[in-house]
Design a protein around this ligand. Sequence first.
Ligand SMILES: NC(=O)C1=CN([C@@H]2O[C@H](COP(=O)(O)OP(=O)(O)OC[C@H]3O[C@@H](n4cnc5c(N)ncnc54)[C@H](O)[C@@H]3O)[C@@H](O)[C@H]2O)C=CC1
Ligand SMILES: O=C(O)CCC(=O)C(=O)O
Length: 526
Amino acid sequence: MKVLVSEQIAQKGLEKLTEEGAVVDIKTTLTRQELLEVIGDYEALIVRSNTKVNEELYQKATRLKVVGRAGNGVDNIDMEGATKRGIIVVNTPESNVVSAAELTLGLLFATCRNIPQLHNRLKDRVWDRSGLKGMELQGKTAGIVGLGRIGSLVATRLKSFGMNIIAYDPYISDTRFKNLGVEKKEKLADLMGACDILTVHTPKTEETYGIIGKEQFKAAKKGLTVINCARAGIVNEEALMEALQAKVVKRAGIDVLEGEPQATSPLLEFDNVIVTPHAGADTVEAQDNVGITVAQEVISALRGEMVPNAVNLPTLPIQAMDTIKSYLRLGETLGKMYYQLEKEAVDKVEILYRGEAAALETSVISLAILKGLFEPVLKERVNYVNASLIAKSRGVTVTESKESTTNNYLTLITLKVGSKGKVFTISGTIFGKGELRILEINGYEFDVNPMPYMLIAENIDKPGVVGQMGTLLGAGKVNIATMQLGRKTTDQRAMMVLTVDSEVSKETLDFLGGIEGILKVRFVKI
Ligand SMILES: NC(=O)C1=CN([C@@H]2O[C@H](COP(=O)(O)OP(=O)(O)OC[C@H]3O[C@@H](n4cnc5c(N)ncnc54)[C@H](O)[C@@H]3O)[C@@H](O)[C@H]2O)C=CC1
Ligand SMILES: O=C(O)CCC(=O)C(=O)O
């Protein structure tokens, strides 16, 4: 087991690797060219966030079986390239959450009490508090965007300071809000208008990148304190600077900057912005946790054992993998549809396996469904092993049932997602050599081969709607690959499922949504 460690990890992690019999090379100063020259010798590579694990590297990494990310975000790892080659990518999503939550509080205190500024004055031998009056937390309102692992740790800690906590997270169940004693805000603008302190804890996704921008600052209370200890750009930096200049934002504490690790951000010019160099996970405890966890996972993956945090692959015996592979793809595809079509928090997931599917190791397929379900909102933080734990911690009950026969198909999976008394359903099958088909969405019947880019629209079943869709997509330079219609004659509704060759812009989607008779239209990425 030859392991290359290309970025610094804790000594305890390195010791764990050697204790387990791995040959470890720690080469943290390699140039890119040198890395490409040596990577072919290794079965495992351990990185943090600076090493780009991409196609160029995979082509040279002919023996690579596992990439270990010592930390959480896997934005530096090409997941598709790894999956295609059967390389397991593991990360350590739980290991640094307490440290990240604690730095959030550290930044909050530092900003609210001007600690760095006062410290600097005194170190310059100036005993002067003038112009740097702080703000008490007690009685103030904290607005949390993203009530996941770190967001909820921050919430419980802030409560102990006598703060009122509100949060915006459309993907968390009401029960979870209730259990945490946090008031749910349905709209981000309502949170912005009510909080004295804003702290963001979402992953960086297409939806959250820039989620706090000019519009949100317009709705903010004057004198707001902003903390970003999640990912650069979740709070748009330009909008933040404008809000600071307009004194809408009084102070900010930022751990993550656009362009990092370069220290060139214009935010560094503001005296009332306290910054740290992405140090959220930089504690002895978190780094020990991360190092030991990544070492254990890399060793398990190399030995073909169960891997607790495999981001891209479940670990199954190779023979079972062969049969189940298409079902995992089907499961993930069905799961991925939900949050892209509906924006309601999930209470309940029911999975029904019929025909051949019922005879398989369905628990792994159910994990694939849950992984697919949560991925659009949680990104890399959900994997095959933590998927059911995530469901549980988010108050989602999951049930599985099986029937050995089906009516028309040899094998069938139906997913029912319950949300506030409503039920969303989707069914799919596999035929031939692992070809996937979506057969039904919310009672509308189809036979669709799911593709990377899809458009799904519900409409009044009347003449002209389909034609206008085609025209507007053409105008938006979107080529339609296939199109199918499902109808419900009882209530004169229909659903269109289109596969398209490219992404559909927000502008085109808005046009489509404006067609008379279109009730809802969504762009879905598989
Ligand atoms: N500064 C640092 O060194 C560290 C930063 N992080 C970052 O902290 C962030 C939070 O991490 P965790 O709490 O572990 O993640 P998590 O996955 O447990 O929670 C994220 C939450 O964001 C919510 N969310 C997703 N999209 C949303 C949207 N559009 N609007 C509102 N809420 C949305 C999800 O429902 C989920 O509850 C991540 O960006 C992570 O990369 C994590 C560790 C260290
Ligand atoms: O210190 C690190 O490696 C970055 C920590 C982090 O942001 C993460 O784990 O996502």
